[in-house]
Design a protein around this ligand. Structure first.
Ligand code: FAD
Length: 283
């Protein structure tokens, strides 16, 4: 199928993009890498009257360390994030996740901001930024605001962005020496969307865990933070504490059902992935 008719505008600045979004309201859509948007237009799953292409807004592509946080511009291509030594050093969880996102051809065009703004519950990056307690910097007609990643996702493909706002950048707290990170997912084939996945981080001192955050993806309509499981893991890690903690996943997760797995299978897989994370940290 072909996309429905649309008008196309390519502003050079963020202010220019916001003006277009303000003018056309809900009828406009931001075009970033186009890897999800163009497919949804071609399949006629969405039909915006105007595409606001932000590929010429140069100020949105950067990866820079600013004191205690790493800032990644929303239009930074996924491949640049994947290959960045700054990201590997200061946000290793993101580096671990990148190779699992689709295939190189998609990552060459797809942007970090597009993946986050699209808010696919099966996507890797939304779960990573919730685990890392990142902030999203957005700009609209009322100026700039900072939204914690934990408040950004509102449901299936729904975010806190209003119709005249552009996601500008992602700010990630720089990893500390005592932190450990892990990323695991299960997919039918490498590059497919995951059946289920987990992003994990913790503060680690001689097998004692604190500030553990476990965020699961493709279990619900947005990334799911497993608070009870993480709480149960606080303290000295042992085979017994891990086994008792994974039982709390039944309280934290209310897994969805689809062609790949029913809720009980997803819960089982969540336990398997969680054990693998901690066995990797403490073999
Ligand atoms: C074959 C295939 C396999 C894929 N597999 C995976 C996978 O395994 N895991 C995964 O996570 N993703 C996967 N993707 C999706 C891919 O990561 C996309 O690149 C990503 O979801 C969207 O990024 P984009 O830059 O292409 O955004 P676009 O497609 O241009 O936009 C996506 C949505 O976000 C909005 N948007 C984009 N940027 C902004 C912004 N700065 N501000 C406000 N709104 C914005 C758009 O309006 C649109 O609604 C796959 C895609 C394909 C085609």
């Amino acid at each position: 199928m072909k996309a429905p008719l649309f008008s196309y505008i390519r502003p050079e600045t963020v202010d220019g993009a916001i003006e277009c979004l303000q003018q056309y309201g809900e009828d406009a859509a931001v075009l970033a890498g186009g890897q999800s948007l163009m497919a949804s237009l071609n399949m006629r799953l969405s039909a915006p009257g105007v595409l606001v292409d932000i590929n010429n807004v140069g100020s949105l592509s950067e990866i820079a360390l600013h004191g205690s946080y790493l800032r990644i511009g929303a239009m930074t291509r996924q491949v640049e994030v994947e290959q960045s030594s700054l990201v590997a050093e200061h946000a290793p969880l993101i580096s671990m996740a990148m190779p699992y996102i689709a295939h190189p051809a998609v990552r060459n065009r797809g942007t970090i901001g597009g993946s986050i703004a699209f808010a696919d519950p099966a996507a890797e990056l939304p779960a990573c930024i919730v685990a890392l307690q990142a902030d999203l910097i957005v700009q609209g007609s009322k100026g700039e605001r900072k939204i914690p990643a934990t408040n950004f996702f509102n449901g299936l493909y729904e975010t806190a962005l209003t119709s005249d706002e552009v996601l500008i950048a992602i700010e990630l707290p720089a990893a500390a020496d005592q932190q450990k990170f892990a990323f695991r997912e299960l997919a039918r084939r490498h590059g497919d969307y995951a059946i289920i996945g987990v992003c994990a981080c913790t503060e680690w001192s001689e097998k004692t865990l604190s500030e553990t955050r476990l965020v699961y993806f493709n279990v619900g309509d947005q990334p799911v933070l497993a608070a009870q499981t993480a709480l149960a893991l606080t303290g000295v890690l042992s085979a017994e504490s891990l086994e008792s903690a994974v039982e709390h996943l039944a309280e934290d997760l209310d897994p969805l059902s689809d062609l790949n797995a029913d809720p009980s299978m997803r819960l089982h897989l969540a336990k398997v992935l969680t054990r693998r994370v901690f066995e990797e940290w403490a073999p």
